[in-house]
Design a protein around this ligand. Structure first.
Ligand SMILES: *Cc1c(COP(=O)(O)O)cnc(C)c1O
Length: 366
């Protein structure tokens, strides 16, 4: 069986380093917000090219904290509209709602699966205060155009970079540095994954970073001095120690993902399988490799029979989820078509050439 993603194999590469780090962590006797968290924050800010990084509990909390911090700073108010791609992982939308804001669903481009810039402009109203861009599947959204729009309409621009650690734009700027503030998830299956839940916010805005530092820890500016009604959304010290080790491999791992994707794109040749758009640059880190097929159930069952595991990112569009039923009547045909026809093929930094060949052969024989 070719696994969709072999997480044990990914992490086994670091086993010895993890064990050493864990021993040091255990011996330190300091288990919350210690040296590993502050080191990771410095390392990840440098990596992304931002002035600040604040480690937090997970990607969803990173998004919520950005919006809540903007409210503390008086730049967002309850009920403000936030433009978000309709075609995203539901966490992007949940974050907006949990922060007391209103999500405005905008269609993607079918070619890139990312939010359509012309559609964004059509949905801007006097109540629009922010755009949440998502680098879906690991490919950067059109950030230069979205930044221009945000500037023109005086909107905050936030990145959901949970699938795009390390993606680079044409000027070699990284995901996480292409907006006012960005949220990352280090969920185990992400391109940079911890061994549990973890996340971060990156930004160049000192005030925002300071508010998030407070909000993640009861709103405290220092121990037992509470300036805000905050949360407990801290990045775990032991997860930070693992992330410090794995960050060193991120660029190399993304390079392997891109080379697997390049093989799929050049060697898969089947009219029934539509390949993803890719411009051969580093703006895509192939968090997942998504193809479109008419008859998804049949295709997935066929690949399973060929010992190839697939996943769906995602099977149900957010506005069609029970939780978001108030949005169920929105007309979002492109989003719905994508959700109906997408299938993700195995891709990872540890998939072998032989496994990739086997996937290509099976897809071509479908
Ligand atoms: C994974 C993910 C999140 C949520 O991250 P968690 O760490 O699981 O909370 C948010 N947005 C996108 C696009 C994601 O892929």
């Amino acid at each position: 069986m070719i696994k969709f993603l072999d997480l044990h194999k990914i992490n086994a590469r670091f086993e010895k380093q993890f064990q050493e780090q864990f021993q040091q962590f255990l011996n330190s006797g300091h288990y919350i917000l210690g040296k590993q968290v502050s080191t990771f924050e410095a390392n990840f800010a440098t990596y992304c090219g931002t002035k600040y990084c604040v480690g937090v509990s997970n990607g969803l909390d990173a998004l919520i904290l950005i919006f809540k911090a903007y409210k503390e700073l008086g730049l967002l108010q309850d009920g403000d509209e936030v433009i978000v791609p309709a075609n995203t992982y539901i966490a992007s939308i949940i974050a907006i709602i949990q922060a007391g804001l209103k999500p405005i669903f905008v269609e993607p481009e079918l070619a890139t699966y990312n939010i359509s810039v012309t559609e964004i402009e059509k949905h801007i109203t006097n109540n629009t205060k922010a755009i949440l861009a998502v680098h879906l599947y690991g490919q950067l959204a059109n950030m230069s155009a979205i930044n221009l729009l945000a500037k023109k309409h005086d909107l905050l621009l936030v990145e959901d970079a949970a699938q795009a650690h390390g993606a680079l734009d044409r000027s070699d700027r990284r995901a996480g540095s292409l907006s006012d503030a960005a949220a990352f998830s280090f969920y185990p299956s992400k391109n940079l994954g911890a061994l549990g839940d973890a996340g971060a916010v990156t930004t160049n805005n000192k005030d925002l970073a300071e508010v998030i530092v407070k909000l993640r820890s009861y709103g405290a500016s220092k121990k037992y001095v509470n300036d805000l009604i905050g949360f407990n959304n801290r990045l775990d010290e032991v997860q930070a120690s693992f992330l410090n080790i794995k960050l060193q491999m991120l660029d190399a791992d993304n390079e392997v993902r891109r080379s697997v994707a390049k093989r799929y794109i050049s060697e898969i040749n089947n009219d029934k399988v539509k390949l993803p758009f890719y411009d051969n640059s580093k703006n895509h880190v192939f968090h997942v490799f998504v193809v479109l097929v008419e008859n998804r159930e049949e295709f997935v069952a066929y690949l399973k029979q060929q010992q190839i595991e697939t996943l769906l990112h995602y099977p149900i569009a957010p506005h069609k989820q029970e939780a978001l039923k108030e949005y169920a009547s929105l007309e979002l045909p492109i989003t719905e078509q994508i959700h109906k026809n997408i299938v993700s093929l195995p891709i990872s930094p540890v998939i072998s050439e032989a496994e990739v060949s086997q996937v290509i052969k099976a897809v071509n024989q479908y």
